[in-house]
Design a protein around this ligand. Structure first.
Ligand code: ZN
Ligand code: ZN
Length: 608
C-alpha cells in the first residue's frame, strides 16, 4: 500500500536526488493571457522555458502540478474519469537527454516502485519521411533490461509531440511506459499493450524535444529538452493494484462520508456508486478552484460558469443519493483536512471561506431545484402527451424528442439549471435539447436587459454614443494594464471622456518611461486583439470585495453592486455602458502622459 502523500513525496525526493529543483505548483486558473481557462497539463506553465527562455530555477526542474480538465465531465461517474488530477513532472531544459532520462524512469519504476523489468513495455516512435525511427531510445531501454519484444514502434499519432499549427517550436518523439495489471492474458491472439481488454495501463510518458519544426520539415535542435509526465491519480491506483480510481486514499474518506450520510454502500455499485463518484470528484475540483491562489467563485460566465456547472451537477446527484446538497460541505472538509491540506497549504488557510461558498451555492441552487425539476418533468410530460396523441391520429407521425430552446432557457434563467445539466437530464430520459434555440432565447433576453441597463446606469458618462462607450471600455483595460506594468497599487483617480479621446488620472510618483508607455499600449492592444467579451454581473458588495474587484468601495454591506469583467484581466465595479467585446475598440494609442497634480499622473489616449 502506498499513499498519495508518499507517492507525491517519493517523486519529488527521487528527482531532487538527481539534481532537480522542485518548482512547486502554479495556479490552476489561467491568467487570461493564453486563452486557456484552466491549467490542463503539467507542462503548460513551463511552455516559455521549453521554447528557450531561461528558467530562474535552472535546467533541471520537477514538481507535482494540479490540473483541471472538464471536457469529459459527463464521463465522470465511471471508475477512471476525474475533472481534477495531479501530474508528476520533471524537465531537462537543454541539459540531460535520453540516456539519463530512460535510466531514471527505469530506476524509479523498478527500484523505487518494485516493478518487474521483464514486464515493462515501452512504445517509441516508428519513424516517417521527416524524422527517423527512435532506435536510440529503444536501444537504451533494452540495455537497461527491458526485453526487446516489449518495445513497440508506433506512428506519429501515438508517439510524437508537437504544437499543432506552429513553426519554430520544438517537437520530437516520446516514450510511453506501460505495465500489465495482471499476468493473466484475456485469450485474444496478442494480449499486449494494443489489446482492447485493457490489461496494460499507461503509467507515464517521457517526451524528447529534439527537433525544431520549420516550414520545410524538422531540423535538429541545439538545446534538447525532456518533458516527463506521470499522472499521480492513475499511478496511485495502479501501484495499489486498484482498477477503481475512487478506491485510493484520495477518495476513501469522501466516499465513507457519503456512505454514512446516505446509508448506502459504494460497493453495491449502481446509481448510488455513480452518484458518490460524481459528488466526490466535483466537490474536490470545486475545493481546488475556490481555494486556489487565484480562486474563483461560481458565476454565470467563463471559468466561474464551469465551476457552477460542476457544483450544480454534484448537488443534483446529492439529491439522487438522498442527501442534502449541503453534504458537499462535509465532503469538502474531508478533502481539505485529511487529503490535500499538507500538499496545498492554502486550502486549510482558506477552509472557512471555501466551505461557506460551497454551502452558499448549494443553498442558492436547492432553493429552486425542486421547482425546476417539476418544470422539467412538466415539459417532458407535455411532449410525451403530444407524441402519444399525434401517433394515434397519424401512425406515420415521427415522435418529437427535443426539448425546446425556450423551455431550456426558462430552466436556466428562472431555476438556475446550467444548459448542460438540462441536456444531461433530457438524455437520461431519451430526449435532446434544442441548443440553438436556447442560444437564441439567451441572446434575446440579454438584448432586453441591456436596453434596460443602458437606460438606467450611465456610469457618469455625459453621452453614451458608441465612441464614448468604446473609450470608456478602454479605460478598464488601461487601468488593468497600468497595474500590471507599473504597480498593483496604481488606482484610478479620475476619468473624463469625450467622443474623441479618453483622459485617465492615476496615482504614480514619477513620469512613466517611454518603455513603460509602450508596454501599457501593447498590453491594452493585446487584450483588444483577443476580442474578449465584456461581462456584466451584479453581486453583493462583500463578494465583490472578496474577489478583489477594482472599484470605489463606498457601498455598504448588503448592497448589490454592478461589475464588469474582461476575462480575468480586468474586473471593475462600474455603471456602464460598455462595448460587448474588446475587439470593437480598434487600436489603442497613448497620445500624452503628463503630471496632473502632486503624485497624480494623467494619460490621454485615443482609439483609432
Ligand atoms: Zn487482452
Ligand atoms: Zn466601466
Amino acid at each position: 500500500m502506498i499513499t498519495s502523500k508518499q507517492l507525491r513525496n517519493k517523486w519529488i525526493s527521487f528527482y531532487e536526488g538527481k539534481g532537480h529543483v522542485n518548482i512547486g505548483a502554479v495556479s490552476l486558473i489561467g491568467d487570461g493571457t493564453t486563452g486557456v481557462m484552466f491549467n490542463v497539463a503539467g507542462m503548460q506553465p513551463l511552455m516559455p522555458y521549453l521554447l528557450g527562455q531561461p528558467h530562474p530555477a535552472g535546467k533541471r526542474l520537477c514538481n507535482v502540478q494540479g490540473c483541471v480538465r472538464t471536457v469529459d465531465i459527463e464521463s465522470v461517474g465511471d471508475a477512471s474519469h476525474f475533472t481534477f488530477f495531479e501530474m508528476m513532472g520533471n524537465w531537462s531544459l537543454g541539459d540531460y537527454f535520453k540516456k539519463e532520462k530512460t535510466a531514471w524512469s527505469f530506476e524509479l519504476l523498478t527500484k523505487e516502485f518494485g516493478l518487474d523489468a521483464k514486464k515493462i513495455c515501452s512504445t517509441v516512435f516508428a519513424g516517417n519521411e521527416s524524422a527517423p525511427r527512435d532506435e536510440e531510445t529503444a536501444n537504451l531501454l533494452v540495455s537497461l533490461g527491458i526485453p526487446r519484444e516489449n518495445i513497440f514502434y508506433l506512428d506519429k499519432s501515438n508517439n510524437w509531440w508537437e504544437l499543432e499549427g506552429t513553426v519554430g517550436t520544438p517537437c520530437g518523439p516520446d516514450n510511453e511506459w506501460f505495465y500489465p495489471l495482471t499476468d493473466e492474458e484475456c485469450g485474444r491472439e496478442h494480449c499486449d499493450i494494443n489489446c482492447p481488454c485493457g490489461r496494460y495501463v499507461e503509467i507515464g510518458n517521457d517526451v524528447y524535444m529534439q527537433y525544431k519544426k520549420t516550414a520545410d520539415g524538422y531540423v535538429p535542435l541545439d538545446n534538447k529538452n525532456v518533458d516527463t509526465g506521470f499522472g499521480l491519480d492513475r499511478m496511485l491506483a495502479f501501484l495499489n493494484g486498484l482498477t477503481d480510481g475512487y478506491k485510493t486514499d484520495l477518495f476513501t474518506g469522501a466516499i465513507a462520508r457519503l456512505e454514512k450520510a446516505s446509508g448506502k454502500k459504494y460497493d453495491d455499485g449502481g446509481e448510488a456508486q455513480k452518484a458518490m463518484r460524481i459528488i466526490a470528484d466535483h466537490t474536490r475540483t470545486a475545493v481546488m478552484l475556490i481555494g486556489d491562489v487565484n480562486g474563483i467563485l461560481p458565476s454565470n460566465t467563463g471559468a466561474g460558469y464551469i465551476l457552477r456547472r460542476l457544483m450544480r451537477r454534484a448537488i443534483r446527484y446529492c439529491r439522487a443519493l438522498g442527501v442534502p446538497g449541503k453534504e458537499m460541505e462535509e465532503v469538502a472538509k474531508v478533502f481539505i483536512e485529511e487529503v490535500y491540506g499538507e500538499a496545498y497549504p492554502l486550502l486549510p488557510e482558506k477552509e472557512e471561506y471555501i466551505l461557506s461558498e460551497i454551502a452558499r451555492e448549494a443553498e442558492r441552487f436547492e432553493s429552486t431545484l425542486e421547482k425546476g425539476m417539476k418544470e422539467f418533468d412538466k415539459t417532458l410530460a407535455g411532449l410525451e402527451r403530444k407524441n402519444e396523441f399525434m401517433s394515434k391520429q397519424d401512425p406515420s407521425y415521427v415522435r418529437e424528442t427535443t426539448i425546446g430552446g425556450k423551455a431550456a432557457f426558462k430552466l436556466y434563467d428562472t431555476y438556475g439549471f446550467p444548459l448542460e445539466l438540462t441536456i444531461e437530464m433530457a438524455k437520461e430520459r431519451g430526449y435532446g435539447v434544442d441548443e440553438a434555440g436556447f442560444g437564441a432565447a439567451f441572446k434575446e433576453h440579454q438584448e432586453k436587459s441591456h436596453a434596460v441597463q443602458e437606460g438606467k446606469f450611465k456610469g457618469g458618462l455625459a453621452d453614451t454614443s458608441a465612441a464614448t462607450t468604446r473609450l470608456h471600455t478602454a479605460t478598464h483595460l488601461l487601468n488593468a494594464a497600468l497595474k500590471a506594468v507599473l504597480s498593483p497599487d496604481v488606482n484610478q483617480k479620475g476619468s473624463n471622456i469625450t467622443p474623441e479621446r479618453l483622459r485617465f488620472d492615476f496615482n504614480f510618483p514619477r513620469p512613466m518611461t517611454e518603455e513603460e508607455i509602450a508596454k501599457v499600449e501593447a498590453l491594452v492592444n493585446e487584450k483588444i486583439g483577443e476580442n474578449i467579451p465584456v461581462v456584466f454581473e451584479e453581486m453583493p458588495y462583500e463578494r465583490a470585495r472578496e474577489e478583489g474587484i477594482v472599484g470605489v468601495f463606498d457601498s455598504k454591506y448588503g448592497d448589490m453592486v454592478k461589475t464588469y469583467s474582461i476575462g480575468t484581466f480586468s474586473r471593475e465595479m462600474c455603471g456602464g455602458p460598455h462595448a460587448e467585446r474588446t475587439g470593437e475598440l480598434g487600436h489603442f494609442r497613448i497620445v500624452k502622459e503628463q503630471s496632473s497634480a502632486s503624485g497624480i499622473r494623467r494619460i490621454k489616449a485615443v482609439l483609432e
